[in-house]
Design a protein around this ligand. Structure first.
Ligand code: COA
Length: 164
């Protein structure tokens, strides 16, 4: 049974991410959801908070592991015997960035892993974490676009659009 990784900043996890997790979990033995601290992005939630939201949003799935790491994704893949790396593709705008990353990672995986792409459900093709933070911070309704537990956490923290 394959051990797969779905990694991202998840700041916070959205309905789009959750859709990818639900579908990817059916394709592998274990799906590791890896929370990465991206140094080029200010984050609204701590790593622990992001892991906690993912844990709550995926509690209906039995084959999910949640982890947090920094550094090269390929190093994590090699260290943890990951054989499949899952990415979600929302639109053509994601493609150029994703193919560059997949090709670079392919070199670094030394044939241990493959990147696979799941097409995002069109209902979520416009969703991104920063857009959710911005709309929420300006008083817009994002219910249904993030898991309920995320909305609760955002209300508690009164998250701002900048991510601080
Ligand atoms: N549904 C909803 N939103 C989605 C989505 C989906 N299916 N797929 C992506 N997004 C959103 C994310 O929420 C994020 O939104 P934001 O910019 O508003 O926060 C945005 O699209 C970009 O997502 P993603 O490409 O997953 O970026 P990321 O920062 O979350 O993750 C890493 C990128 C972490 C996988 C990548 O930077 C990485 O591997 N870093 C480790 C360092 C490394 O190895 N670098 C070399 C790479 S070759």
């Amino acid at each position: 049974m394959k051990k797969a990784l779905y990694a991202g900043s998840f700041d916070p996890i959205t309905a789009g991410h959750l859709d990818v997790i639900n579908r990817a979990s059916k394709l592998c033995g274990t799906l590791v959801v890896g929370v990465i601290q991206n140094p080029s992005k200010a984050s609204a939630f701590t790593g622990e908070e992001r892991m906690d939201m993912i844990r709550r949003a995926t509690s209906h799935l039995s084959n999910i592991q949640i982890d947090q790491f920094d550094g090269l994704l390929a190093d994590y893949v090699l260290r943890h015997q990951i054989t499949v790396v899952v990415r979600g593709l929302r639109a053509t705008m994601d493609f150029e960035y994703e193919i560059q990353m997949a090709q670079m990672n392919a070199r670094l995986y030394h044939d241990q892993a493959e990147t696979i792409f799941l097409m995002t459900n069109p209902e979520h093709s416009f969703v991104s974490s920063s857009l959710m933070r911005e709309v929420f911070a300006l008083g817009g309704d994002i219910s249904g676009l993030v898991p309920d537990c995320v909305l609760e956490m955002m209300m508690k923290k009164a998250v701002t659009s900048k991510g601080e």
